[in-house]
Design a protein around this ligand. Structure first.
Ligand SMILES: *Cc1c(COP(=O)(O)O)cnc(C)c1O
Length: 374
């Protein structure tokens, strides 16, 4: 069994080495279709919306890391929309995290509920009352949740979801396939926004679903072809290139996140530091059982929105952007998106800078942003 670095570098790289050929094939660009016979069986590749070799290479790469059958989509939301469409039935229920990705909840509430689907929201940290999954066709969990970084116990919840007859899906975007393996813990479908750490360079919008069952993946492939939320080959090729360094990037990001979270706990201007790898964190007990790495996303609160603006202004290394998982450290004030968090709540996507540089810069910027401490 290879280690994470070896698996990431070689994932989906199956080309037979041949002198004179490129080490890794480029994307299949500018070809909406491939040649086929006028009659009889079509080749696997005949039309760019249903399959192509560039997708297949990354699908096999992510599938090997997630431990299932992967389908790429044009974005994380295109993957989630297809998943919700798979499960939505009038009179049935879909269970979503109350603190999960805001557009998934908005999609369910605004576009599925009017068709008679009951949308039930439960906080990731629980409690998960008796009967909460009754009548559900799909339970979509998110752990760690974005942006609050609560976790839920997949090994405990998956038998309960299955006993209720529902499919279990887990949004694994924040953890990545190297951070945890939901399929090993009983999940039917893993959801990923590969816009984040999986591609890792803040230059691609992409998503995937990985199914434990090949039959379910085939059903979803039909839905993807009809729904049409398919990625362009160049984006897929960029993501495959980024995936090769996932282990390296996550290792540095988690090391930086641990140093920052520990330092922030001591800073008098900061409250509510959250990182699942902090032994004092409410998520730690479950996260340390369930996750192999705690990742590079942390959260904390400054006194108010104005202090977050002063912090960004004073920092030389932290840029204000939404999204996360890139090489550069970035901060996002989530209340602006309507997340139920304090006005001074920041989600920090910790980048690959040197640990000492980053800790020094962030602490000094906070001291400038929150000058009068009691
Ligand atoms: C960003 C994100 C999504 C949506 O993915 P896009 O690629 O932006 O469409 C879904 N879930 C989580 C947890 C995310 O962070």
């Amino acid at each position: 069994m290879s280690g994470d670095g070896t698996r990431c570098v070689h994932a989906g790289r199956t080309d037979e080495p041949r002198p004179g050929e490129p080490l890794h094939a480029g994307p299949v660009l500018a070809s909406a279709y491939h040649l086929g016979p006028p009659d009889g069986d079509l080749p696997v590749d005949f039309y760019g919306r249903s399959a192509n070799p560039t997708w297949r290479a990354l699908e096999s790469a992510i599938g090997s890391l997630d431990g299932g059958h992967t389908l790429l989509f044009s974005s994380g939301m295109a993957a989630i929309a297809t998943l919700l469409r798979l499960a939505a039935r009038p009179g049935s229920a879909i269970v979503l995290p109350a603190d999960g990705y805001y557009l998934a909840r908005a999609l369910a509430a605004d576009e599925l509920a009017p068709f008679g689907v009951e949308v039930r929201e439960v906080p990731t940290a629980g409690p998960w009352p008796e009967g909460v999954f009754d009548g559900a066709t799909l339970v979509l969990l998110e752990t760690p949740s974005n942006p609050g970084l609560d976790v839920c116990d997949l090994a405990e919840l998956s038998p309960r979801v299955h006993a209720a007859g529902a499919l279990l899906a887990v949004d694994n975007t924040t953890a990545t396939p190297l951070g945890q393996s939901p399929i090993e813990l009983g999940t039917d479908i893993v959801v990923g926004s590969d816009t984040k750490a999986l591609s890792g360079h803040s230059d691609v919008v992409l998503g995937h679903l990985t199914c434990a069952s090949e039959e379910l993946a085939q059903r979803l492939a039909v839905m993807r072809n009809r729904g049409g939320g398919v990625p362009g080959p160049f984006e897929v090729w960029l993501a495959h290139r980024g995936l090769g360094t996932l282990d390296l990037r996550l290792t540095r990001q988690a090391q930086n996140a641990e140093a920052l979270a520990t330092a922030l706990l001591e800073h008098p201007g900061v409250r509510g530091v959250r990182w699942p790898g902090l032994p004092s964190d409410p998520s730690y007990a479950v996260a340390s059982r369930q996750m192999r790495r705690f990742g590079g996303v942390l959260a904390f609160e400054l006194p108010d929105a104005a202090a977050t603006s002063r912090f960004i202004e004073a920092s030389a290394l932290v840029a204000s952007t939404t999204s996360f998982g890139g090489l550069t450290t970035t901060a996002d004030r989530r209340a602006r998106w309507g997340d139920q968090v304090a006005p001074g709540f920041l989600r920090l996507s910790v980048g690959c800078e040197d640990t000492d540089d980053l800790v020094t810069d962030v602490l000094s910027a906070i001291t400038q942003a929150v000058p009068s401490q009691p």
